[in-house]
Design a protein around this ligand. Sequence first.
Ligand code: TEU
Length: 547
Amino acid sequence: MASMDWRKSVVYQIYPKSFNDTTGSGEGDIRGIIEKLDYFSKLGVDYLWLTPVYESPMNDNGYDISDYYEVNPQFGSKEDLKELLEKAHEKGIRIMMDIVINHTSTEHQWFIESKKSKDNKYRDYYIWKDGTYDQPPTNWESKFGGNAWNYDKQTNQYYLRLFDITQADLNWENEDLRRDIYDMINYWIDFGVDGFRFDVVNLISKGEFVDSDGPGKEFYTDGPKVHEYLNELNRNTFGDKDIMTVGEMSSTTIDHCLKYTDPERNELNSVFNFHHLKVDYPGGEKWALANFDFLELKRILMEWQVAMDEGGGWNAIFWCNHDQPRVVSRFGNDETEENRVLSGKMLAIALHGLKGTPYIYQGEEIGMTNPAFKRIDQYRDVESLNAYSILRDKGMDASHIMDILATKSRDNSRTPMQWDDSLHAGFTEGEPWIEVSDRYQKINVTHALEDEHSIFYTYQKLIRLRHEIDVLTYGSVEPYLMDDENLFVYTRIHEDESIMVIANFRNKEVPYPENISVEGEILLSNYDDRKDVLRPYEALMVYGQDE
Ligand code: TEU
């Protein structure tokens, strides 16, 4: 496969359980991804990131792995995965696997052994601490609600679980554990994968086990040995290979992310940070209703763009993933078809002009929206169902909680991919594991491909431009009008090339900024013509070249 600077690549994220079902089981599978390889070629993406497809009891949809070496039969077989790799490579498309090494399922053999006795060889593969029956070792909170320690009466100790009770945190202090992890990753490298997304990998080094004034993040986020472990991981597995890596960094900092992605430090190629996706968390509270803070959104995006650029780091740039609500419903406008398409394209142009590796989450390229579920029984996500019962216990009104879930739940992005307007949007012949959004008759791939003005072709063009125009990859970043309540404006400059992006985030006309000259060739816009004002959600990408 032609070697391309990985920094020019665009990644398409697949949530296999909701992508395409070829067996009628109601859940997507790997053969369903193979079936759609021509679709990815048409879109022009370079990598496919598959969220976990390993053996798992699926309490957290695969992020609770019980066997790293086996493919979960509900998704298919290793032969299917091998065929996906071969056929994707024939089309010049690379495959990234999701690696979850902060924790395993409590059904993983290591944990089953670890639980047996305090002197079991695998005991120290996990984090066990004393506590009393009603007094856990510390007051840390799980990210899925509740205390982060789970009591086990068999050995009268607690194990740490920062996520679900069935996801036990691994003890990276244990060298044998690290060895086993590296062997596993080298197995998948030999299997032929081209990249890795590392799940919450900045949580693997825990600090002191003491009480916190807050949820306890300060004791395990970007911990004391995290860089040492990532460097060791790099040197023992993908370091010297043509493997692209990205780390999911929960609640991290720019300083740490400059270290994670500094090529001299041999840790990772790039990182996800989530600060720009908390601008609708009033007071940092996810489970609350709030409009997004546009100025804060721009401030955070540009702070990370400029700092990572000047510091030689590398960002993953994204609006959506399987943990976030749909961006067109969140930062755009999905109330009418016209505004869904206009704001969907605006958000694509606003993001894909930035510096870093763009990630497109399945359905984002056709402007899929939040499904607006009305009843709790429509939800499946462990985090959302936990939040519902915790908020009810706190006395919050059920209908208010339903309004919050409809904007914040992870299930908003986990409804089946909408391929056409047939039953279940062409996702399955069976009963879908989660309901299809009821807007699938209008919003689907078939319609999008038939309509040359659809959001799909805006993404296709943005991907082609990133491959063709160096300034989009290598250009510096210059923010403008950061206190403007309506417009997101920035330039990119590289040698004699420049790009300017102007995006109107509002559903109203806005005057062109006085001191900004929009000279040059319009590479892309979501309106076919130009007026002397910026229309609702109007966005432009303008190319300039010094004489
Ligand atoms: O997510 C990490 C993470 O922090 C999420 O909890 C996220 O912030 C939250 O869901 C947003 O509300 C990763 C995976 O992406 C997620 O799907 C897993 O549930 C989690 O790790 C545990 O593996």
